[in-house]
Every structure is written in structure tokens, then in C-alpha cells.
Design a protein. Sequence first.
Length: 140
Amino acid sequence: MENTRKCVDCGFLTQRTHYNGDQPKFVEVELNVRKTWNIPTMPVSGSNLPVPIFQWSPRCFCNSWDLGADVGECLPENALAVINANRTCDQFIKWRAGFTPKEHAEKRIADGNRLKEYVVRAGLTFLGWILGVFSGLAFR
């Protein structure tokens, strides 16, 4: 299948934080979580139970897939099955450890702009070459 990818290998696989000041944010899913889907916890004052740092469901930063709905019951094996499933996805970008989903998106935009610049430069070079050839032929 063309464009068959796994979310586990994608830079847009994300989790939403529970605690980041006032606003939750989307963060990178680290390697250990990608392998086990064991969500890190943190102690909270006044509670004997640790609280997960992230919301439990995996998410697609591009909203290409509703991963949370696919997971169903909150079990690590369910999440792992969903993020390791083969999918056809045009939004896939190879995961680079240490980069947030937003940074992956910014990289895609920057790479796209570089490609456009290259195509324009190559086109102008080719056009210049063609004009040079024809102008040389015209003045013989």
C-alpha cells in the first residue's frame, strides 16, 4: 500500500498535558511511552494517588485520525494497537525525538518552502539556458 504508515513513527503523534499552568498543550510522545503507553504520573499535594501528567488517549496533531475513539477502553495494549496499526496518511512526517508536533509542522512548512525555492531556481536556470540557446541560434 502506498503511504502506509504507523502513528507510532509519526512526529504528529501527540498527547495533551493535564498540567501546564492554565492551558493544556500538545506535547511530543517520548520513546518510552511510544513503546509501552505507560503514562508518567506526578504527585499532587493533598492526594495519596499520583496523577497522570498527560491525558490518556493518543492524539493526532493534524486530526487525520481520531485515535482516542479508536482506542476505546483506556488500556495500554489498546493504545499500542492503535498507534502501531498500518494507516494510509498523507500527513505523516517522520518523528524526530525532541521535537514537538508543532515543531514538526514548522519543519514541514520550511522544507516545502525550500523545495519551492529550489524548483523556482531550477526553472529559472533552465529558462535562462533555453533563452541563451535560442538567442545564440537567432544571431548566427
